[in-house]
Design a protein. Structure first.
Ligand code: LLP
Length: 422
């Protein structure tokens, strides 16, 4: 990202140096570049500007209200998976008629809440859920707009924990039951069919997987038309990969290839196309700033211990994710690197940010920057080991602002209550 680079020997995000930020906000903290988020959103929107497209940002990637507000102002809709996310989207000013409700097992309370807000549609995950939505809507003389999430049974070629479009995954209505689901939907009270939906996985760099899935969806659409069921939109989900390592394809090249795949089908579709990108919009716009708190050489390796841990960023240990890590102060061009393990203070061997990673010499007090953590990082953090959730900061040009403070220890402790009979 051009927004996150060394300038005069110091890393900066937009026009603010990491050292200046660390003097104002205690480490560790997340920091996002507003201009990088805008750049990604606009690149995505431009790729489909000639189509009747709606971009429903997948809020699960990063749901900070400041980021949602920024995206709402750019015209984004939202893909939500819970009542909490729906409330966040509405609170940020995303109009209800631009919100799709995915979510693999929605509760009755969540369905009722979404019905009361008259959202764009429910992405229905099963025939049981379809019946439930129908019952809840008709009991209140409401109509639910629905789109069936079809599991097209394709291999997205991504990490097993983020693959969702194979028949063995829990997601969506199996391809073979799809027609039956639509036929049922057409007869159920309180239901209007508006679309079809898929989402085959995340961090997908094999664009042919989208092509394969689209072919299957097109087959279904044709069969639906023969049954007299016409759709207002096709939701192609999210999943486009981004560049984490130097070996990954450039994300703009991927976007161009992806756009070609979608365009191949767009004319025949002749309806609105909904996209649910999450990672593409935000992953590379975020960094985690952390301080070295100990350097511990042992027999055959060195541990660089930092003040951020797996509770702040779980991706390395959960998905074997590789995040670039660089010192905030640029190393001399001839500085030697040695492989180290960069680890946090949590009492788990799985608490690492990188293993066997070449790093130039660092000392206690040095600042490190963990890159590409805008997506699925702060949202997945927790307070394990009674560590406080860390702050989030937004930078825009030369301005920076705290967009989520780190709670105090007192707030952390006061969340619990002790029965007076103890
Ligand atoms: N739509 C649905 C229904 C989804 O489940 C997801 C992501 C998206 C859209 C957005 O996908 P994206 O464009 O961001 O790939 N925690 C994992 C990623 C989990 C993705 C879950 N679903 C990680 O850190 O890699």
């Amino acid at each position: 990202m051009p927004q996150i680079i060394y300038h005069n020997g110091t890393m900066q995000i937009d026009h603010v140096s990491i050292e200046a930020l660390a003097s104002r906000y205690p480490t560790p903290f997340y920091c996002y570049s507003a201009s990088a988020i805008r750049q990604q959103y606009l690149a995505f929107a431009d790729a489909f500007a000639d189509l009747p497209a709606l971009i429903c940002y997948a809020i699960k990637a990063n749901s900070n209200q400041a980021i949602l507000t920024l995206l709402a102002k750019l015209g984004a809709g939202a893909d939500v998976v819970s009542e909490g996310e729906l409330r966040r989207a509405l609170a940020a000013g995303i109009p209800a008629d631009k919100i799709v409700f995915s979510g693999v097992a929605k509760t009755a309370t969540e369905i009722r809440f979404a019905l009361s807000k008259n959202i764009l549609c429910f992405n229905v995950e099963s025939i049981t859920e379809l019946r439930q939505i129908s019952a809840l809507a008709s009991a209140n003389q409401q109509t639910a707009k629905v789109s069936m999430r079809i599991n097209p049974d394709v291999d997205a070629g991504t990490h097993a924990k983020i693959s969702t479009g194979k028949r063995e995954n829990k997601f969506g209505i199996p391809f073979d039951y799809a027609l039956q689901a639509y036929q049922l939907a057409a007869t159920l009270p309180g239901i209007t069919i508006v679309g079809i939906d898929m989402h085959i996985g995340s961090q997908i760099s094999k664009v042919s997987a989208f092509d394969e899935a689209m072919q299957r969806i097109m087959e279904l659409i044709k069969q639906l038309q023969e049954l007299g069921i016409n759709l207002e939109h096709v939701d192609v989900g999210g999943g486009l990969g981004v560049t984490y390592t130097d070996d990954d394809p450039s994300e703009l090249t991927l976007l161009a290839e992806y756009s070609r795949v979608i365009h191949k089908y767009a004319t025949a579709l002749n309806c609105r196309i909904i996209f649910e990108p999450g990672r593409f919009i935000i992953a590379n716009a975020g960094i985690l700033v952390t301080e070295v708190i100990q350097v511990k050489p042992v027999q055959d390796k060195t541990f660089v211990m930092i003040d951020a841990a797996m509770n702040d960023l779980i991706r390395p240990t959960l998905y074997e994710a590789w995040h670039k890590i660089s010192p905030a102060k640029q190393a001399a061009p001839d500085a030697l690197s040695q492989p180290v393990d960069i680890v946090g203070p949590v009492c788990e061997s799985g608490d690492y940010m990188a293993q066997n990673r070449p790093l130039t010499t660092v000392v206690v007090g040095d600042l490190l920057v963990i890159h590409s953590v805008g997506a699925y990082s702060a949202v997945a953090s927790n307070t394990y080991n009674s560590r406080r959730l860390i702050a989030e900061v937004l930078v825009d040009g030369e301005r920076d602002q705290l967009i989520r403070p780190s709670p105090s220890y007192r707030q952390l402790i006061e969340l619990d209550s002790v029965p007076d009979w103890l």
